[in-house]
Design a binder for this molecule. Structure first.
Ligand code: TMP
Ligand code: ASP
Length: 234
């Protein structure tokens, strides 16, 4: 399958049309942004890591009955995907308090949440992806109540599979972001699951092994990404 016209360029990926109208190729870039583009840089080989990690995790989820957009990994940076009508909702699942949960609500970082928290954000860079509830999403016309219920249920099911998978690899799955899309009347998991879109802490040392190293200039960004890749692919 070959790339045709560029359909969309995001901050971390490009999406190309293919000769099959139902399929697209997602190309992972090394470009990194944080805080909605306020911080910019590159992380060497990030695209290769994120593609490999995402393909492995989508395959794992498929094996657990979660439908995803993955068709196959084409090359280092390219993933063949089912073409989605992306739902403009970012679904965040949290197992441990970190990031904006700490900032917004005053949780102490590292507090284990008895029940995972699921949040919806509006996918709109111009508005800085604001937190929203179901009523906002429906009023904005981005999803129906039924679809939002499906997103929450899927996100919780995905969390159970991923948490266990990462625990076996000595990583705590602190939180992560998912995106879904519509495809011939079905809702599929889309986008990526990678150190860009998850927080991973080492199970023993609590060392941060994800994009927070880039966001907060902690150093060792590339090493953290390749260590996550090693543990995921092992
Ligand atoms: P947050 O604590 O900054 O709200 O982030 C929660 C999780 O979502 C974290 O694992 C990083 C991920 N995330 C993205 O993938 N993209 C984003 O634009 C944001 C804000 C967070
Ligand atoms: N992905 C977002 C950005 O590009 C935010 C983040 O990951 O921190 O700015």
């Amino acid at each position: 399958m070959k790339k045709r016209t560029l359909l969309h360029e995001g901050k971390a990926k490009k999406v190309y049309l293919t000769e099959d109208n139902d399929l697209v190729i997602q190309e992972f870039k090394d470009d990194a942004t944080a805080f909605n583009n306020k911080k910019k840089g590159t992380i060497a080989d990030k695209g290769v890591v994120n593609n490999a990690v995402s393909c492995k995790l989508f395959g794992l989820l498929e094996a657990h009955g979660v439908k995803t957009h993955l068709v196959e990994k084409l090359s280092g940076r390219d993933m063949l995907c089912r073409r989605l009508d992306i739902i403009k909702v970012e679904v965040v699942v949290r197992n441990i308090a970190a990031g904006s949960l700490v900032k917004r609500y005053g949780f102490t970082e590292g507090t284990v949440l008895e029940n995972p928290i699921v949040e919806f954000y509006l996918k709109n860079d111009d508005l800085d992806d604001p937190l929203m509830n179901e009523s906002h999403a429906v009023a904005l016309g981005v999803a129906s109540y039924e679809e939002l219920a499906v997103l929450k249920e899927r996100a919780e099911a995905i969390n159970i599979v991923l948490r266990e998978f990462f625990a076996q690899r000595k990583l705590k799955l602190v939180d992560f972001k998912l995106e879904f899309g519509r495809h011939h009347g079905e809702i599929l998991l889309g986008d990526e699951i990678s150190p860009d879109t998850c927080r991973f802490w080492d199970l023993e040392t609590n060392e941060k092994m994800d994009k927070d190293r880039f966001r907060f200039d902690l150093g060792g960004v590339e090493d953290a990404y390749s260590e996550v890749q090693r543990r995921v692919l092992d």
